[in-house]
Design a protein around this ligand. Structure first.
Ligand SMILES: Cc1cc2nc3c(=O)[nH]c(=O)nc-3n(C[C@H](O)[C@H](O)[C@H](O)COP(=O)(O)OP(=O)(O)OC[C@H]3O[C@@H](n4cnc5c(N)ncnc54)[C@H](O)[C@@H]3O)c2cc1C
Length: 161
């Protein structure tokens, strides 16, 4: 759940009330304690240190607007898994070179993907100020464009890879 708090503190009780207000589907039996953090995008410069590899949101945190953060990590897992399989297949040791190869194979795509999501977020933020003037026009045009529909579905599912 993401909330615009504008520096105002929101208690756990208020969050629970909001969840009950918008949840029309599930019967919630209990809540465990909440974790909270400020939303901001961040991209790690170095993915590894010696044989320690950073992973998940730690290497690429994006705005939840797109609902793609975990998907990015799943793509990373796929790539890492392929690299491991390849090394095993070739009889090579699973050593530090793996972290380097993983970074080399994923960092530029993650950067491009996260920047695109960030651009979309900033665009809608700005567009909101103009009562969706630009997005209305753009989506009216894109709705009719089947190539764009195909590309956006592929982009959301697969990223740039
Ligand atoms: C509101 C919201 C909606 C989202 N919706 C989607 C969506 O629809 N689809 C999607 O793909 N992604 C979505 N995401 C993104 C997704 O939740 C994250 O990309 C994903 O949870 C990242 O997983 P992670 O394991 O890397 O990090 P986390 O899930 O953040 O897990 C890290 C864990 O490490 C713990 N931790 C941190 N520091 C330490 C420490 N020093 N010692 C011990 N433990 C520590 C934290 O407490 C936490 O439990 C959403 C994110 C938000 C905030």
């Amino acid at each position: 759940m993401s909330l615009s708090t504008k520096n105002k503190k929101i208690s756990e009780n208020e969050v629970i009330k909001l969840i009950h207000k918008y949840n029309k589907k599930y019967i919630i039996k209990s809540f465990s304690s909440f974790e909270k953090f400020n939303l901001k995008s961040s991209l790690l410069k170095n993915y590894y240190h010696k044989n320690i590899l950073c992973f998940g949101d730690n290497i690429h945190k994006i705005h939840p607007l797109a609902g793609q953060g975990l998907n990015m990590t799943i793509r990373d897992i796929n790539i890492l898994s392929e690299l491991i399989d390849n090394k095993i297949y070739l009889g090579l040791p699973l050593d530090q070179s793996l972290t380097k190869e993983f970074e080399k194979k994923t960092k530029h795509f993650n950067y491009l993907y996260a920047s695109s999501i960030d651009f979309i977020y900033e665009f809608f933020k700005l567009d909101n100020k103009f009562n969706n003037f630009y997005s209305d026009k753009i989506f009216y045009f894109l709705k009719k464009n089947s190539s764009f529909k195909k590309f956006s579905t592929k982009f959301a599912d697969n990223g740039f890879i």
